[in-house]
Design a protein around this ligand. Structure first.
Ligand code: SF4
Length: 355
């Protein structure tokens, strides 16, 4: 699918927009002033595959902690600031991006100071519109609608453009999917800036994953979106895991295994649930894009296996291993997963070396 062309900005070493790979972001939930805990969480996110991390900066002690956090962080850092331009000025000296809405800073002079600080270090500003905190005048006119979110975004964007600042990315998040998707779709043709996608306060792992998959997934399928964050209550690595899975399943990132497994039914011939869980666990490290299938009986297994790079087709007490549609082994059930994983590793090496 074609992606909307957008301006490219850089958050540290990560390009956002302009055809760059869609990056996955997350946010720490430690008190930012607690440097040790914040760095620990950033490292966990890095290990999970996060590209950019955001930290909250509500107080001056948080802003002052950013220098050390930045020095110890393996990821580019976005400082999340509301209203307080002084915190933005402290943060802008060290971080890779500021999230602040210029219309909330106060006087023109203050906005100019923040813009100047960002220009001096060539760091972008993320405008983050949230349906729960729209400008009173805009909400009074449009209600808390998608149109109001668009008007709010345009208002903040113009404030920056008036100061000749265009290293901008934009997010427009509501806690429900339809408004979020509508807002992004409406704004997309109106501005050239990259979009940060997300459904805010999406909820627990279960509901947050569903909301994010529908909301972010719909936009990605429209070719909209340059970076994303999945918001999940009390989760850290899972936000990244779900974000990466959405990119993969929306077909915009080819990375790691696409595992096709049957839902199981009364024809099942083996403990498929256990086998799929083991396959998923033992292939997490593989980044080469491969399609594999693990099917519980002969009914659909051969058909799926023909389109898979590596497949297991279970039968009664035994099963087939297939590679690129060809049967390479018939083995007892207890030997199938190990042989399957051996073939997957072999295929991943072959593909990554380009043979
Ligand atoms: S592959 Fe076999 S066991 Fe699995 S759902 Fe289909 S018919 Fe049932």
């Amino acid at each position: 699918m074609e992606r909307y062309p957008t301006k490219q900005i850089h958050v540290g070493g990560v390009a956002v927009g302009g055809g760059a790979p869609i990056s996955v972001q997350s946010m720490t939930f430690s008190r930012t002033a607690d440097v040790a805990e914040t760095v620990e969480q950033i490292k966990r996110l890095h290990f999970a595959g996060c590209d950019i991390v955001r930290v909250a900066v509500p107080e001056e002690e948080d802003a002052r902690a950013l220098k050390e956090i930045k020095e110890r962080s393996p990821l580019p850092i976005v400082a999340d600031i509301h209203f307080n331009y002084r915190l933005a000025l402290i943060a802008a000296e060290v971080v890779d991006c500021i999230r602040i809405n210029p219309g909330n800073i106060g006087s023109k002079k203050r906005i100019r100071e923040v813009v100047k600080a960002c220009k001096e270090r060539s760091i972008p500003i993320r405008i983050g519109i949230n349906a729960g905190s729209l400008e009173r005048e805009i909400e009074g006119r449009y209600g808390a609608t998608a149109e109001a979110m668009v008007q709010s975004a345009l208002y903040h964007i113009r404030l920056l453009e008036d100061l000749d600042f265009t290293d901008i990315k934009v997010s427009m998040k509501a806690s429900d999917v339809p408004r979020t998707v509508e807002a992004y779709r409406k704004l997309r043709p109106l501005v050239p800036y990259p979009f940060h996608l997300g459904v805010t306060e999406a909820g627990t792992l279960f509901h947050g994953t569903i909301k994010s998959a529908i909301g972010i997934g719909s936009l990605l399928l429209d070719g909209i979106g340059d970076t994303l964050r999945v918001s999940l209550t009390g989760e850290l690595e899972k936000e990244v895991e779900v974000g990466r899975a959405i990119l993969k399943d929306a077909g915009v990132a080819r990375e790691g295994l696409n595992i096709i497994s049957c839902p199981t039914c009364g024809r099942i011939e083996a403990d498929l649930v256990k086998a799929v869980a083991e396959v998923e666990e033992r292939t997490r490290h593989i980044k080469t894009p491969l399609t594999v299938s693990v099917m519980g009986c002969a009914v659909n297994a051969i058909g799926e296996a023909k389109h898979a790079d590596v497949a297991i087709a279970y039968g009664k007490g035994s099963g087939l291993i297939m590679v690129e549609g060809e049967v390479v082994a018939k083995l007892p059930e207890e030997e199938l997963v190990d042989r399957f994983l051996h073939e997957v590793e072999k295929m991943a090496r072959k593909r990554s070396s380009g043979k």
